[in-house]
Structures are given as C-alpha cells and as structure tokens.
Design a protein around this ligand. Structure first.
Ligand code: SF4
Length: 341
C-alpha cells in the first residue's frame, strides 16, 4: 500500500476585514429568526476582532458542521464534515490553522499538515468515541486477529490512528471497506457505524463497543412519533445512530451528505437526527423547508466559542503537537483513506 501526496491546490486566502455594519448584515442574512437580534449584536465586535487577528496571525479558521451558528456563519473560512475539513487542512497554506471542532480533528489537521501551527481554543473539546479506545486496545485486537486489516474511524487519537492500516469517516466508511483486499476487517471504534456499514457489505466487520454520546441517545420510537405527527416528513439520520434508528430513517449519511440530501429533497419538512447545530447552521439555505429538531447537543463541540477563539489567536494557544513517529504512521492511514475517497 503506497502513500501518495495530498491535493496540492492551496486553500482559501483570508477574507478582508469587514465593517461592523457589513458583519451585522451578513449575520442577519444567515441567522435572523434563528439567533436573537441582541445576541447577534453581541457577536459583531467579537467577529470583527477575530477578523483582525486572523490577518495579523496569518490564520484560517476551519469550522465543523456542529459548531455554533456565530462560528459557522460568522468566522469560519471553510465549513464541512470531518472528511472535508481534513482535506482542507491538508492543503492550507496559511501559517496557522484555527480548528473549530474537537481535539481529534485538530490533531488530524496537524498530522496532515505538520509544518503549520494548528490551534484548538479549548483542549477539553474531546469526543466520547475517541476516548472509547486506546492504542493498546488496538494492539491487543491485532494480536487476537493476526493479519486482519484495521480500519479506524477518524474520531480517534493520533496514537490509535497510528495502529491502523486505514482511517475512514462516516462519508466514506463503505468505500474504504470495499477497497480493502480482505474479507475480514477490524472496524473500530464506533459499534453503530460498524453495524450500519456491516448491513451494506458482505465482508465481516469486527466491532468495538465505542459510542458517540450524541447519536446513541436517539430512539426509533421518536422518529416513528414524528412521522405520525408530520406526514410527509423526510427523516435523515447519521450513521453513528443505532441500526434501529437508521432503519426508521429515509436516508443515512454524513453531515455533508445530509445537506446534499436536503437540497435534493422535495419534502417541505425534514428532521435531522444528529447534533443540534446542524439544523440551525443550514436552515437559512433552505428557507422553504421546516426543520423539526429533536436534537442532542455535543458538549465537546460547544466548548469552542468566540471568546476562547479570540484568546487563542491573541496568545497563540493551544498548539497541537503530535509525536513525529506516531504522526508518520497515522498520516499513512489517513492518506490511504484520502486516496480511496
Ligand atoms: S458528536 Fe459524537 S462523535 Fe462528534 S465530537 Fe461529539 S461525541 Fe464525538
């Protein structure tokens, strides 16, 4: 398995600093009716300060789809799911990357673009899935299943990625599984993503009992109740939800795939079975649709806010560092994934 270099097209340049009125108008165009106007007023000077600091520090901001709306619409230069942001991080040309997401995402950015200074504004922004498995757990599984290739979800630490042959995201899990020349695969650590992917492949996927604390709480009965209450509703579920929830949904996919599906759907009412931020962040793009929101908040994603981003840029904190030997092995698993899709 060869490693190749990633896309060489440079990522976006830093946008110009806006006037206060421009920022206000832009936020209102995205968030009026979603975020109270007094809150938008509070965000305006902070966003302006972040724009000044981005220029001064030669930084771009990558924002995950689960970030709060003032980050997603207010300051992120690029938004997307884990896969899209990993690709953007790999080709960023600015001196600094400020990652508005959780720790494993910032670590992935550092692994893929080691020359850059990657900042995470709150180191407590973790992930229940990433914490569910250690490198030692993977080594023990490899000893138990000798010769069986290991695929780890990107929602894992660098040390766990370093023990893997491939990484995957919720966007490309099936593609990665089908691309591997083996009928048995250790597919870690999200039990539900494994079971949902298992339903789509003839290969045997060996699971690990990790769960996303956000997606594991959804119940199929909640989806059924919504369907009865709102006939014609289209229900979209993330593959980190249980197979019972996925079976009740009309569509399953990553957050980016969900957005594409909403765009293609003729349904007037949609339900996104995922983290709360998603519906708020895309509502303005689909004003003709109604979003029902029985959602759950990811406390880790919400540890990132405008105040700690200002502090991060002012103090140049908190830089993500990865042991070079671990980073090299983890990069190989990530690059193999990016080669596949
Ligand atoms: S939503 Fe789930 S998988 Fe994503 S960061 Fe939060 S706990 Fe981790």
């Amino acid at each position: 398995m060869n490693s190749t270099h990633l896309a060489s097209t440079p990522t976006t340049t830093i946008p110009e600093i806006e006037e206060f009125d421009q920022i206000r108008e832009r936020l209102l165009s995205h968030l009026d009716g979603i975020v109270p106007r007094f809150e938008i007023e509070l965000h305006v000077p902070k966003i302006r300060r972040i724009q000044e600091l981005k220029v001064a520090q030669n930084a771009i901001i990558l924002g995950h789809n689960y970030q709060v709306p003032e980050i997603f619409h207010g300051i992120a230069d690029i938004t997307g799911d884990s896969l899209a942001l990993a690709r953007e991080a790999a080709r960023a040309e600015t001196e600094r990357i400020v990652f508005c997401g959780v720790h494993f995402m910032a670590e992935t950015a550092k692994i893929l673009n080691p020359e850059k200074r990657v900042l995470l504004s709150n180191l407590e922004a973790g992930c229940s899935l990433a914490e569910s498995i250690t490198a030692e757990d993977v080594r023990q599984l490899k000893a138990q299943y000798p010769g069986v290739p290991v695929v780890n979800y990107v929602n894992t630490s660098a040390a766990v990625k370093a023990e893997s042959d491939y990484c995957c995201t919720s966007s490309n899990a099936l593609q990665v599984v089908e691309a591997i020349d083996s009928d048995r695969i250790l597919f870690l650590p999200d039990e539900y993503l494994t079971r949902n992917t298992q339903a789509l492949t003839k290969k045997e996927l060996i699971p690990w009992p990790g769960r996303c604390m956000v997606h594991e709480v959804f119940q199929a009965s909640t989806l059924e109740a919504h369907r009865q209450q709102f006939p014609g509703i289209e229900i979209l579920a993330h593959p980190e939800c249980s197979p019972e929830v996925v079976a009740e949904a009309d569509f399953t996919g990553s957050t980016s795939a969900m957005i594409d599906r909403v765009a293609d759907s003729s349904a007037d009412r949609v339900m996104l079975v995922t983290e709360c931020g998603m519906s708020d962040n895309i509502r303005n793009r689909f004003p003709e649709k109604e979003f029902t929101t029985p959602c759950t908040v990811c406390p880790h994603m919400k540890r990132i806010d405008l105040d700690n981003i200002i502090e991060a840029l002012e103090k140049d904190q908190y830089p993500i560092e990865v042991n070079p030997e671990i980073a090299q092995r983890a990069r190989l698993a990530l690059e193999r994934m990016l080669e596949i899709g």
